[in-house]
Ligand binder design. Structure first.
Ligand code: GLN
Length: 497
């Protein structure tokens, strides 16, 4: 492994700005790493070698001209294949979008380019972001760099695996029910779901529009904050975008001081189904926060136990409407168009061939939940539960600054173990879903290895909407204290690929 791929994003940008290394050398080192390991990992669906090197050359030219470089200039990034990229394929992990090349950039893509971030390519994901293991990708599963026979989480398993395999120091994910945080947890990396509406959804292919949120992923809390700063902020092209200043997440990440903060442990996120080693590392983290000077209290959020069923009505309902656009006429795949069939028949044949089993399951579920006669009983009830969950959060945040829990109940499970059991798969998001339903902000960061299997455990931190800076303040302090204790960052323990 060359040293360059082990640098943090902050170190990389600093080295480029000081002229110690060129952006082209940095990009090349990561492309070489991808060539060396990605056949095994399968984190990338598309690698844009030429584009990455051209972007890196532009950064080097900018520096040579004496222009000031931004805080992430020249830093390589792995982009989840659910954001549109002008001239670069975008598949959402689905056969139905095979070969589709978008004519425009998502706002997030544009902001990355404006920040001189070097986009290496697009990462693997569960089809249309539906899943918790990346096994629902039409392009094969991604392996967890800690153990390639295990899942890297999902839906953004490709982005998280790219970080853990040192193929990129930065990545982008989307989180509808946990797809940034759960992959972060099981790969020993950091991931943040920002406040809903604070990162533009323009050009993010919609799964469940009222829940979907793009966000930053990295190997350190500070790098995650730098990326958060680059992508967040108001966008007139997204009608749900919040028009308010983004909290100073970078300053918060550097604070590393939780003295006087009040931290609530969510009582409901424990018990049956939670792996012993996950609970052990979680409880140690809570103890650590106490030692660092925070006040820890127990908090009860009784409606959280209803979050999963509510989510699995709301998300499929919205998906059934959003995915109607894949009609064989506008994008990607078209099957059976031999001149003898009607448009309806071609649409049906294309969807039959182009959508995978989980996507079909959700479209059927959502269509049913929204059908007249059932709408009130299913979708209507789920929306009421959503309100109860928001009220539980409001009550909790009246007494504490942040809430904490394990990110996901178990460490990475073996590929195949839950593939045919949707209910078991859905349980991976037990602790993450409430924040999507309420629209607040949440982070997962590594808090050690579970003793029984030596696999990473994630600590989840949840903050009120538009208080994303609190995640970074708490996360930065925990990370610094743990690295001190271990004498190195967790990923340095990752078995070499
Ligand atoms: N695993 C959840 C699902 O399958 C969440 C996915 C996501 O956050 N995109 O819907």
């Amino acid at each position: 492994m060359t040293e360059l791929i082990k640098y943090t994003a902050a170190e990389t940008a600093g080295a480029i700005a000081r002229g110690e290394v060129s952006a082209v050398e940095v990009a090349q080192a990561h492309l070489d790493r991808i060539d060396a390991v990605d056949k095994k990992v399968n984190a990338f669906l598309h690698v844009d070698r030429e584009g990455a090197l051209a972007a890196a050359r532009a950064v080097d030219a900018k520096r040579a001209s004496g222009a000031e470089l931004g805080p992430l200039a020249g830093v390589p990034l792995a982009l989840k294949d659910v954001f549109t990229t002008e001239g670069m394929p975008t598949t959402c992990g689905s056969k139905i979008l095979e070969g589709w090349v978008p004519p425009y950039d998502a706002t997030l893509t544009r902001r990355l380019k404006d920040a001189d971030v070097v986009i290496l390519g697009k990462t693997n994901m569960d089809e249309f972001a539906m899943g918790s293991s990346t096994e629902n990708s039409a392009y094969g599963p991604t392996g967890n760099p800690w153990d390639l026979t295990r899942i890297p989480g999902g839906s953004g398993g490709g982005s998280a695996a790219a970080l853990a395999a040192f193929e990129a120091p930065l990545a982008i994910g989307t989180d509808t029910g946990g797809s940034i945080r759960q992959p972060g947890a099981v790969t020993g990396t950091v991931g943040v779901k920002p406040t809903y509406g604070s990162v533009s959804r323009y050009g993010l292919v919609a799964f469940s529009s009222s829940l979907d949120q793009g966000g930053p992923c990295a190997r350190t809390v500070l790098d995650t904050a730098l990326l958060h700063e680059a992508i967040a902020g108001h966008d007139p092209l997204d009608s749900t975008s919040i028009d308010a200043p983004v909290p100073d997440v970078v300053a918060a990440a550097r604070t590393r001081d939780v003295r006087g903060m009040r931290i609530g442990v969510v009582k409901e996120f424990a018990g049956e189904g939670y792996q012993a080693g996950v609970m052990q590392r979680f409880e140690e983290s809570v103890e650590l926060l106490r030692e660092l000077g925070a006040e820890v209290v127990e908090v009860s959020c009784p409606s959280f136990t209803l979050a999963m069923p509510a989510y699995y009505l709301i998300a499929p309902s919205e998906a059934s409407s959003n995915l109607a656009r894949f009609d064989a006429m506008r994008y990607g795949l078209r099957v059976g168009d031999d001149g003898t069939r009607s448009a309806e028949q071609v649409t049906a044949l294309t969807r039959e061939a182009g959508f995978g089993a989980e996507v079909k399951r959700r479209i059927i579920l959502g269509t049913y939940a929204l059908s007249s006669g059932y709408y009130d009983a299913y979708y209507g009830s789920a929306q009421k539960v959503r309100t109860l969950i928001s009220r539980d959060f409001d009550a909790a945040f009246a007494g504490v600054d942040v809430l904490v829990s394990p990110t996901t109940p178990t460490t990475a499970f073996p590929i195949g173990e839950r593939a045919d059991d949707p209910m078991a798969m859905y349980l991976a998001d037990l602790c993450t879903i409430p924040s999507n339903l309420a629209g607040n902000a949440a982070m997962s960061l590594p808090c050690g290895l579970a003793p029984e299997d030596n696999l990473p455990v994630g600590l989840q931190i949840i903050a009120p909407a538009m208080a994303d800076d609190r995640l970074y303040r708490v996360g930065g302090a925990v990370e610094a204290a743990l690295n001190d204790k271990w004498g190195h960052a967790l990923l340095e323990e990752a078995p070499a690929l």
